[in-house]
Write a protein that binds this ligand. Structure first.
Ligand code: PEP
Ligand code: MN
Length: 346
């Protein structure tokens, strides 16, 4: 329910509306303050009660208009917040004018290897470092990450480069541990609808990179983000990482239309991961450029110093020189759509 108060109405009238909602156990959230206060109630209540309550509130002093939310996602919607959300990743802003490139290997494989790639990536314009310490793998026999040791290595890389670190959390019980090292918590495609995990990251004060499920619709992605915001964490980035289609030439199909669509529906920033989308390193640069042109606020790129030796996702990982080539052209693409690359730490 959205309640628009009359322009300049006294605070006491706003207070009375809030009190009536509270009587029904409902929380009024401020959508807009200033001259014209707009309140939002996101909880769903039974139809009859909602109808009666809307009529009652409509008749109250100072109320101009009452209507239902246009969509089933609410806190993430543009209706709730028209202006875009800008997220501080830890010294680097994502969602404003600049575009942030988050780069690194699929997994943290060793201290030496990760510190090496981190040192190389920083001067090339990476705005944040990625790497998996807890890896979700299709086969139980594949390399599943170094666990907490991987997190420690990433924290050392942050010390060395000043770049924030982005890493995946697989289980609700590990959110606290991962959040104690990471700057950004990644929720992977396989966990997009792990609702208890979403609620757990909704309770921490760390930005979340929420990847679209490989078989999830845009509506489902937005509703998963809603789970996180509903628990109080507003710092969510939506990540398009390719969806499964009938096409077998690419690992997944990058849904480029998701970028403008998500930005139309939601105030949350959008990150594109061309690496997992296409699965072939030679195709990653073209998709990265397309993502920026379509309005992405960030890119997630897998980079490995020796992709052919990577313990996971080597086929889609750029080498350092391929990453350097891509970065040198990306600035122009960003410029063409009125953006610029965030670059490394201040
Ligand atoms: C990853 O980022 O390495 C990863 C596992 O991604 P996704 O969840 O999109 O497959
Ligand atoms: Mn990967």
């Amino acid at each position: 329910m959205v309640i628009a108060m009359q322009r300049g109405c006294p605070k006491s009238e706003v207070g009375r509306v809030i009190a009536v909602l509270k009587e029904h156990g409902l929380q009024a959230r401020v959508i807009s303050s200033g001259a014209r206060v707009v309140l939002g109630v996101v909880e769903e209540i039974n139809r009859g009660l909602a109808q009666a309550l809307m009529e009652r509130v409509r008749d109250m002093a100072g109320v101009e208009e009452v209507h239902g939310f246009e969509t089933s996602w609410k806190l993430v919607s543009r209706e709730f917040q028209p202006e875009p959300t800008v997220i501080d990743l830890g010294g680097v802003s994502l969602g404003g004018e600049s575009v942030v490139v988050i780069a690194g290997p699929c997994a943290v494989e060793s201290e030496e290897g990760f510190l090496h790639v981190a040192r190389e990536l920083a001067p090339l314009g990476a705005g944040a470092l990625r790497g998996g310490a807890f890896k979700p793998r299709t086969s139980p026999y594949s390399f599943r990450g170094l666990g907490e040791e991987g997190l420690k290595i990433m924290a050392r890389a942050r010390e060395l480069t000043g770049l924030p670190i982005v890493t995946e959390v697989l289980r609700a019980s590990e959110v606290e541990l991962v959040a104690s090292y990471a700057d950004v918590l990644q929720i992977g495609t396989r966990n997009m609808q792990n609702f208890s995990l979403l609620e757990a990251v909704g309770e921490v004060d760390k930005p979340v990179l929420l990847k679209r499920g490989m078989m999830a619709s845009i509506q489902e992605l937005l509703l998963s983000a809603e789970y996180i915001l509903a628990r109080g964490n507003q710092q969510v980035m939506l990540c398009e990482r390719g969806i499964r289609t009938f096409e077998t030439e690419t690992r997944n199909t990058l849904d480029i239309s998701a970028v403008p669509l998500l930005k139309q529906y939601s105030h949350l920033p959008v990150v594109v991961d061309p690496s997992h989308a296409v699965g072939k390193r030679e195709l990653v640069p073209a998709l990265a450029r397309a993502a920026l042109a379509a309005g992405a606020d960030g890119l997630l790129l897998e980079v490995h110093p020796r992709p052919e030796r990577a313990l996971s996702d080597g086929r889609q990982s750029l080498s350092l020189s391929q990453f350097a080539d891509l970065m040198s052209g990306l600035e122009r693409v960003a410029g063409a759509v009125g953006r610029h690359l965030a670059g490394g730490p201040a």
